[in-house]
Design a protein around this ligand. Structure first.
Ligand code: RIB
Ligand code: CA
Length: 332
């Protein structure tokens, strides 16, 4: 049974890995790709989404332009993390296709009306477009089969402020509105893949070496160029020459939630704190007297996921998998 996914992203480097993994995964049906401003501006996000889809021969999948900035806060982007164009050093071919006329919020509303209870929402960027959709159609959350969000950080440092994680920090109001609308009144509890788990999921040069043993060609070159930038960013942050592939992991959870253990909690977002704005807060002990509205992903088999990701990317690169050390010679 395929998992039909609406992907809402701020394509970026790890968003790219998530998109490619979903394109390759046999159980995934990508219904739409929605672009939201975050890592880079929404035009660059949209261009990256169109480029990757065209590169993979999947321009049949609609790309929809979403929010160009947060609900309230001024837009902030992070070219230092993902590069000026959002894909590191990769030089993707310019897309020849265009986004659909329908914006991302309307796509959220329409698709869940057309296929109530069938679609899985996966948000791996700021939650602005989804929040706008819920404002337009408050019945949307009840029509989703599942929602998986990459965002927040629980009992773990932030990556944007001491407590806040990027996707939530960019648009705290949107995150608050989304987490208030889900997990109540029959809407599914979002599965939240936060930094406490996703920062355990580190792709390394060794993984790229294995990818190079299994496959070659233009996709592998683009991935090497994109990830080299991401490795350099993490090294400059003192985290080592590696890449936390937050979004690719969240995509795997969207396809199969059984790969994580979870804890129910009441989650909400700090909007007013001088030092804490954008922090996600989890009440696991009933202090607030509210029923749990989310499931926090706690543990996973990291090596198993990373091995699956490498094999997925190798397969998408168009080469049959080879046992390590017997890579095929490039065809003449
Ligand atoms: O904090 C990590 C998240 O912020 C990821 O989604 C990454 O792509 C950036 O958007
Ligand atoms: Ca992202």
């Amino acid at each position: 049974m395929s998992t039909e996914i609406i992907l809402d992203c701020d394509t970026g480097i790890d968003d790219s890995l998530a998109l490619l993994h979903l394109l390759q995964h046999p159980d995934a049906e990508l219904v739409a790709v929605l672009s939201t401003a975050g890592n880079v501006g929404v035009e660059a996000v949209t261009r990256n989404n169109l480029s990757w889809l065209e590169f993979c021969g999947r321009s049949d999948i609609g790309v929809h332009v979403g929010a160009s900035g947060p609900l309230v806060a001024p837009l902030r982007t992070c070219e230092d993390t993902h590069g000026d164009h959002g894909v590191g050093y990769a030089q993707l071919p310019s897309p020849t296709t265009a986004p659909r006329d329908e914006d991302a919020a309307d796509a959220w509303c329409r698709l869940t009306r057309e296929r109530p209870g069938e679609l899985v929402g996966l948000v791996i960027g700021p939650l602005t477009s989804l929040a706008m959709a819920i404002r337009r159609d408050p019945g949307l959350p009840q029509r989703l089969r599942r929602l998986v969000v990459m965002g927040g950080s629980f009992d773990h440092p932030g990556n944007t402020t001491p407590l806040a994680e990027w996707n939530v920090a960019v648009d705290p109001e949107a995150a608050h509105e989304v987490f208030t609308a889900f997990g109540v009144d029959g809407a599914p509890q979002p599965i939240i893949c936060a930094l406490n788990l996703t920062e355990q999921v580190a792709l390394t040069p060794e993984h790229l070496s294995r990818l190079g043993e299994l496959a070659d060609g233009p996709l592998v070159r683009h991935l090497n160029d994109a990830l080299r930038f991401y490795f350099e960013f993490h090294q400059a942050q003192g985290e080592g020459y590696l890449a936390h592939v937050h979004d690719a992991f969240a995509a795997a959870v969207a396809l199969d939630p059984s790969i994580v253990t979870t804890t129910p909690a009441v989650v909400d977002v700090e909007l007013n704190g001088t030092l804490t704005r954008g922090a996600m807060v989890a009440d696991r002990r009933g202090f607030w007297g509210r029923p749990p509205n989310a499931l926090i992903a706690d543990t996973t088999d990291v090596p198993r996921f990373l091995d699956e990701l490498v094999r997925s990317l190798a397969t998408l690169a168009g080469r049959h998998l080879r046992p390590t050390g017997t890579a095929r010679r490039p065809q003449n």
